[in-house]
Design a protein around this ligand. Structure first.
Ligand code: GLN
Length: 227
């Protein structure tokens, strides 16, 4: 069994777990070149629960709150270890992307503790407040492939961060942009075991990114086994 956790301090936890279940059903009902294991999806609030996980999602919500609570629960260092030392697959959505950045701007009171793992600097709340939330079609062919990308992915942006600086030499790869009126914003990146999106796939019915990510998790675990 492969255990995938969702950090359950705050934010869109249940939504991710429900899409993970759907993605797992999808993977088990379609033929695949890799063997799909049985999955267990758990909420992570303690160091012990984190230690059971093979991979982790950090959901959207509010990253300052998430960071403060993670620190109080003694989870910050174990999370850093999980991402940067154990190199386990981790995906952050929105506030989760902020947590996985190495730096964040537009942060009040001189900053917050981040987990890191992605060599990027994010700009928080790029599009303004809650009422400036929007939905936009995105081209995610870089991760989904041409076939799965035939219809655009509906990106849900809620007080979303964007990536404003990145370190290409460290292997950060841009896999999704939002074409705004004035300029393009980077809204999906990956670097090794770490993946981040500005938007919220867990707030849609679209299971494609969760399917893609779970496949990557399986592949990463297989690679680890064979080394
Ligand atoms: N604005 C929030 C933050 O900076 C993220 C919002 C979200 O996750 N929907 O943490």
């Amino acid at each position: 069994t492969t255990t995938v956790g969702v950090l359950a301090i705050q934010g869109g936890v249940i939504e991710h777990i429900s899409l993970l279940h759907r993605a797992s059903e999808y993977l088990h009902s379609h033929s695949s070149p890799i063997k799909i294991p049985n999955f267990r999806f758990i909420q992570v609030r303690t160091v012990l629960q984190l230690s059971e996980c093979d991979a982790l999602i950090i959901p959207g919500g509010e990253s300052t709150t998430m960071s403060i609570v993670a620190q109080r629960l003694g989870l910050l260092e174990p999370l850093r270890q999980f991402v940067k030392v154990d190199h386990k697959p981790v995906w952050g959505t929105c506030a989760g992307l902020v947590m996985l950045a190495s730096a964040a701007s537009a942060t009040k009171q001189g900053g917050q503790e981040l987990i890191g793992g992605l060599d990027v600097k994010v700009l928080r709340n790029r599009y303004g407040t809650q009422i400036q939330s929007f939905v936009a079609d995105l081209d995610l062919s870089k991760i989904l492939g041409e076939e799965e990308n035939q219809k655009p992915f509906r990106g849900v942006f809620i007080r979303a961060p964007v990536v404003e600086e990145l370190d290409q030499e460290k292997g950060v790869e841009v896999v999704g942009v939002y074409k705004g009126k004035e300029k393009e914003d980077i809204v999906a990146v990956k670097q090794g075991n770490v993946f981040g999106t500005s938007f919220h796939p867990e707030l849609t019915e679209d299971v494609r990114i969760h399917v893609w990510w779970l496949r990557r998790v399986v592949e990463a675990l297989k690679e680890k086994e064979s080394t």
